[in-house]
Ligand binder design. Structure first.
Ligand code: ASP
Length: 319
């Protein structure tokens, strides 16, 4: 038994033709964040500290859909959400509807540690952020020109889908641009276990491009996008509505707890049998130091490492 860590940068329909300018910076960030997480585990930081640290780094990277790189709602605004959970104590915190908080994951940890509640959203969450003195920036800081363009494309494609008419070749071409792997990917997450079997998970997202104002996805929902107990820690990504219906993260833990499945068996069952194809991916670690990264989408930005020297990084299925 040793420490293990895994992180993701979103699962979705990621075409293998993803241009290098979109692939390379994300790969570099994943590698850098994995190194940061490994170094923190090696210097005996708690898994809770490690997952928060790694997700903060991912939130600060504009190439992922969380924090600074969050995608835009149909009104062109940002509504960020995040969740953190400690396995042994099952303490957890979640936030939604943030518009100015630089690191939503750290605010979710403050909800966990400084309030009698688990989940704060919208105005109340923003007020709590001000009261706690966490770093905030003007809303405009989070609205990147790339995300303005993504929203424009999503709106155009959405009109095509909502019309229920067959798209013309020109409109089909527009849809292809939207489906370039950037419209619904980029949520970030991290799970970690130390050599004493302490587990933690953290997930952070901007949600979906062109989501309705007020929409809440699976990320901050305990047991859907994020869950940890004394057996495992899970962070999921993909289509939030499908992940919530399948209670993806909690089902992994339940299969281990009630059916005695191993981490790999439990995650494979949930990803292959429970979540509809093309909707979900996850990273998970167990108290025994096992790690797994699985998805039923075209790809998932991911990386992991274990104390015994195993390390992997990838986007598409490994052959
Ligand atoms: N699961 C996230 C959501 O539905 C999106 C993602 O994982 O990329 O908000």
């Amino acid at each position: 038994m040793g420490w293990a860590i895994a992180l993701h940068g979103g699962a979705g329909d990621i075409p293998v033709t993803l241009p290098p300018e979109r692939r390379v910076p994300r790969e570099a960030t994943l590698r850098r964040c994995l190194d940061i997480g490994v170094a923190a585990l090696q210097s005996k930081h708690s898994p809770l500290d490690v997952v928060e640290l790694v997700v903060r780094e991912l939130e600060n990277c504009p190439h992922f859909n969380a924090g600074r790189g969050s995608v835009l709602t149909s009104d062109g605004t940002v509504e960020m959400e995040a969740c953190i959970m400690d396995g042994k104590t099952k303490k957890c915190g979640a936030v939604s509807g943030l518009t100015t908080v630089v690191n939503p994951i750290s605010l979710s940890r403050l909800v966990m540690e400084k309030t009698p509640h688990i989940y704060l959203a919208f105005d109340g969450a923003e007020a709590f952020a001000k009261e706690q003195g966490v770093e905030t920036l003007d809303r405009s800081h989070f609205i990147t020109s790339e995300n303005i363009e993504r929203l424009k494309q999503a709106k155009e494609a959405n009109r095509v889908q909502l019309d229920y008419t067959l798209p013309t070749p020109k409109e089909q071409a527009k849809e292809t641009i939207v489906a370039d792997g950037d419209s619904q990917i980029g949520t970030v997450g991290c799970v970690a276990v130390d050599s004493d079997g302490n587990l933690a998970t953290a997930t952070s997202t901007g949600g979906f491009v062109n989501k309705m104002v007020g929409r809440i996805g699976d990320t901050p929902i305990i047991g859907a996008g994020t869950y940890a107990n004394s057996l495992c820690a899970v962070s999921a990504t993909g289509k939030g509505e499908a992940i919530m219906r399948a209670t993806v993260a909690r089902d992994v833990a339940a299969l281990m707890e009630y059916k005695g499945l191993s981490l790999k068996e439990a995650t494979a069952y949930v990803i292959e049998e429970c979540a509809p194809k093309g909707t979900a991916g996850l990273v998970a670690v167990s108290a025994k130091g096992e790690v797994t990264m699985q998805f039923n989408t075209t790809g998932m930005f991911r990386a992991c490492a274990t104390e015994d020297g195993y390390s992997e990084m990838g986007i598409w299925p490994s052959v």
